[in-house]
Design a protein around this ligand. Structure first.
Ligand code: 3HC
Length: 285
């Protein structure tokens, strides 16, 4: 396999929370970025998210350049073909294997054969996503954490066919955008979500079974273990729909110890998805 090219242009598929965060950190590191979503409205919302995050970072002197300069390196589009000249594409669409496989099959036909295709999936198999392309050795997991501009780490996930040079490339790119990395084999939930999801679900069960109020479940874990957020507020922060999707994948693959909490399913069914809808386990102004 030819070594992956040096990255100049980065494509991002999906302008949601993770996609626009990834576009932002790539542009901040100096890359030209094209961010694509299916509707112009989603692209514009993603660009607005980048603007407000860059303003926050600029206000505390955390940027080397003006927000407008960084923003000028990011183009929004609804046309996947606009990613044709990217050296690296990072996919961050919904956590649905069929949807991701379709995106990868399309990208495979559009993007130069030497380009690396990365997925930000939180629990789905890199190998299954890669097999939708004719270049599985150039497909890798680049699992960013939410909120992308603030979190220090990226999980590099190695699929069955991922080439060692592509793994090294993935670590190098993550470091270029200011992150530290760790590596996981392509097993359900990788390192982070395999451990995080049962923690969150146990927090939900503890609240639902009356062990403590929702405030005290969060306070107990925050004060008792020095984490920035307790399990219920972290679930709200991630989005309860994302937590449920990840929990269901883990349950399916790893059995009953990963069964999602009943109350999580009930909240998602009611449309209370956390911060993004104004209510999850807590209520947000
Ligand atoms: N852009 C820029 N800056 C941001 C930001 C954003 N999107 N979000 C927060 N910040 C900044 C704030 O401006 C603030 O800066 P300051 O300290 O200089 O004033 C700082 O981050 C802290 O923010 P807040 O004061 O608003 O609130 P907190 O102190 O509670 O911090 C948090 C917010 C950084 C989100 C912190 O609570 C935290 O680290 N929580 C845990 C997050 C976590 O675990 N993420 C991983 C989730 S798992 C995942 O993503 C994997 C997926 O597959 C499910």
């Amino acid at each position: 396999m030819d070594e992956p090219a040096d990255v100049e242009r980065v494509g991002v598929v999906g302008a949601g929370t993770m996609g626009h965060g990834i576009a932002q950190v790539a542009a901040t590191a100096g890359y030209d970025v094209t961010m694509r979503d299916v509707e112009r409205e989603y692209v514009d919302r993603g660009l607005e998210g980048i603007d407000s995050s860059l303003e926050r970072l600029a206000a505390k002197g955390a940027l080397d350049e003006e927000p407008a300069t960084i923003r000028s390196r990011i183009a929004g589009t609804t046309d996947l073909a606009d990613l044709a000249d990217a050296d690296l594409v990072v996919e961050a669409v919904i956590e649905d294997l069929a949807v991701k496989r379709d995106v990868f099959a399309d990208l495979d036909g559009i993007v130069d054969g030497d380009a690396v295709l990365a997925t930000n999936t939180s629990t789905l198999s890199i190998t299954e996503i890669a097999s939708a392309t004719g270049r599985p050795e150039r497909v890798v997991g680049l699992h960013f954490m939410n909120p992308v501009p603030v979190m220090d780490g990226v999980e590099v996930v190695v699929g069955e066919r991922t080439d060692a040079a592509v793994v090294e490339f993935a670590h190098g790119f993550a470091e270029e955008v200011g992150k530290e990395t760790w590596e996981s084999d392509d097993k359900p939930g990788f390192v982070t979500n395999r451990i995080l999801m049962p923690w969150i679900n146990e927090g939900i069960r503890a609240y639902d079974e009356g062990v403590a109020t929702r405030e005290d479940v969060d306070r107990g874990m925050r004060l008792g273990t020095n984490v920035p957020m307790g399990p219920l507020e972290l679930a709200d922060h991630i989005g309860l729909d994302v937590v449920l999707d990840a929990s269901e994948t883990l349950h399916e693959e790893l059995g009953d110890r990963y069964k999602p909490a009943y109350l999580l399913k009930r909240k998602v069914a009611a449309g209370d998805l956390g911060k993004k809808t104004g209510e999850g386990f807590h209520v947000y102004e």
